[in-house]
Design a protein around this ligand. Structure first.
Ligand SMILES: Nc1nc2c(ncn2[C@@H]2O[C@H](COP(=O)(O)OP(=O)(O)O)[C@@H](O)[C@H]2O)c(=O)[nH]1
Ligand SMILES: [Mg+2]
Length: 450
């Protein structure tokens, strides 16, 4: 299963840049590199300036800082060499081509990380975390991915899996020693332990729902009649101090999007074309795009300069989506002018004077927290379809176990099969599969030394 060939790739992004790192990993990495380098570092993890030379012609290909790593103390767990040469496109390509000609193979995408997993340097969740850091488009996603890489998420899954194994051990004890002095393990004890496991699993599954919001930003749609002040508010929010604004591709003529990160939640603001007066007209093709965006909204900012306007827009939005609403009384600087009525249940903002914007972000975050669960930086972010499938699978198996255990219709050994499946689903999630685990637990937790 562990590969025996040596791979090489330029690990930095292609394009103009000061430095490019060419990385080579595998059993022949040191031997190949030695032939192509004029100087060899004094020891592993010590940098050395060296010429990269074609051993056949003696031609200098590049000058580079070289660092070596000796297995298993490397990222991949294999012998590894990093050559930090000049950047650009041609120079690193020439270095890589030389190493390939001398016996290495061009690495597949993700192959270094794959080897790290195969060699037990990383588990699957950590490996995915690395990919997620590289792909992160929001600060929250980047922080969450870092938490994956440092093993925090794996530990939480590990604890849950441990609780299932404990439950299994509890049953195994009951099966093997039903006549013990203490009597069989109480049914209520099993049920309590099961309920706790199910509760933790439900928490993790809730984080799957949050995953997309963290990765892409919670969808915040600005709704209101034409002239309500939506576009002005949109621009004012983009200009918030501290806000990191990402340009979002896929901008249409009917809606403009931008992701801002002014607080805990990344917010994907959508400025739509105005809603028309009657809900009848909302159905018409002219505002279809607004409607589609509304249907996908996590929060709707109901914008209006008067109480009447706010009420009308709120009602219209309700016909399209059940998403929570934050009422925003726009143009608050006009208070006192005819027609501008105070609306107590709304956040007053003035795009013109840039008033109330921070309060508005606070209100949006509070609404998101209440509707979707608080965005805790320590929250395990299980954002991939694979995670969702594994957790759903584990939950289904636990439910089956609960059902069988409850009816008493089948022996505990049969019911326990579902516990095993649940725990295997979690093992697959982390990528650590160890069948001996339950055995050692049975004997360690119960000290069965007879
Ligand atoms: N006094 C004042 N006028 C505003 C404010 N926000 C928007 N407006 C004005 O209201 C009109 C409509 O604004 P706009 O943002 O285009 O509304 P939209 O149609 O809902 O996107 C424009 O003339 C803006 O200058 C505000 O905070 N104060
Ligand atoms: Mg507008």
């Amino acid at each position: 299963m562990v590969p025996d060939d040596t791979i090489v790739a330029v690990s930095t992004a292609s394009g103009r840049g000061a430095i490019a790192i060419t990385r080579m990993s595998g059993p022949r990495a040191h031997e190949i590199a030695r032939r192509c380098l004029s100087a060899w570092p004094a020891g592993p993890r010590l940098a050395s300036l060296s010429e990269v030379r074609d051993p056949r012609t003696g031609e200098t290909v590049d000058r580079a800082i070289v660092t070596t790593f000796v297995r298993p103390q490397s990222f991949t767990g294999e012998d590894l060499v990093e050559i930090s040469g000049h950047g650009g496109v041609l120079s690193p390509a020439a270095v890589a081509a030389l190493l390939i000609r001398e016996g290495a193979r061009q690495a597949e995408p993700g192959e270094f990380t794959r080897r790290a997993v195969l060699n037990g340097k990383l588990d699957l969740l950590q490996a995915e975390g690395i990919a997620s850091i590289v792909d992160a488009r929001t600060e929250a996603a980047r922080r969450g991915a870092l938490h994956n890489v440092d093993g925090g998420v794996s530990r939480q899954i590990g604890m849950l899996r441990g609780a299932i194994l404990d439950l299994e051990a509890l049953l195994a004890y009951d099966i093997d020693f039903p006549e013990e002095d203490d009597g069989p393990i109480g049914r209520d004890r099993v049920e309590r332990a099961l309920a706790e496991v199910q509760h933790h699993l439900a928490d993790l599954m809730a984080s799957v729902r949050l995953g997309e919001m963290v990765r892409e930003g919670a969808v915040v749609v600005l709704a209101g009649r034409p002239n309500a002040g939506k576009s002005s508010l949109f621009n004012a929010l983009l200009g918030l101090e501290r806000a990191i604004v990402h340009e979002t591709p896929g901008t249409t003529r009917d809606a403009i999007e931008a992701v801002i990160e002014a607080g805990r939640w990344p917010l994907r603001l959508v400025d739509t074309a105005g809603l028309r007066e009657s809900s009848d007209e909302i159905e018409r093709t002219g505002v279809e795009i607004s409607q589609r965006y509304l249907a996908g909204a996590h929060v709707v900012l109901v914008c209006g300069a008067s109480e009447d306007e706010l009420r009308a827009t709120s009602d219209a939005v309700h016909t399209v989506t059940a998403a929570p609403q934050v009422r925003v009384r726009t143009k608050a600087d006009l208070v006192g002018e005819p027609g501008a009525i105070a609306a107590p249940a709304a956040i007053a903002v003035s795009a013109l004077r840039r008033d109330g914007l921070v309060d508005l972000v606070g209100a949006i975050e509070q609404t998101l927290d209440e509707a979707y669960g608080s965005l805790d930086p320590e929250l395990p972010l299980l954002t991939r379809a694979r995670h969702q499938a594994a957790l759903t699978n584990a939950a289904a198996e636990l439910a089956l176990f609960a059902e069988l255990q409850g009816t008493n219709a089948v022996p505990a050994t049969i019911a326990a099969v579902h516990l095993r499946s649940a725990s295997q689903a979690l093992e697959a999630l982390v990528g650590s599969i160890d069948v001996e685990d339950v055995l050692s637990r049975v004997f360690s937790t119960f000290c069965v030394g007879k």
